[in-house]
Ligand binder design. Sequence first.
Ligand SMILES: [Zn+2]
Length: 131
Amino acid sequence: MASLRSHVRARAQRRCEYCRMPEHGTNLPHEIDHIRARKHRGPTALNNTCWCCAQCNGAKGSDVAAFDPATDELVALFNPRVLQWDDHFEWNGPWLVGKTPVGRATIQLLKINRKDRVKHRRLLIERGGFC
Ligand SMILES: [Zn+2]
């Protein structure tokens, strides 16, 4: 497990693979996320895990899908192993913008633009710790 963890962490360059928060930007330790949760028979394997901040992981829980707030369409959450982050997300200052139903649904379910998280990112950006 230790080697899986270190591999997942290094592969992600020590950033959350959903909100891109760097480890050094938060006091809460990042965690391994099972993209397809164990309760849904997701394996603990490199192709089903990602590096995840505690905020995103806590909000995601065992969810694998969510509703796009723009269309109310049910879509699978962003999967960093098979999708490209830049295809689904872009920054507008400290706000993360969903470019697709997957991006919008993931942002909403993971509460990535919650007021305190936006404020936190804004402070990091001002200090050059979030880019
Ligand atoms: Zn995150």
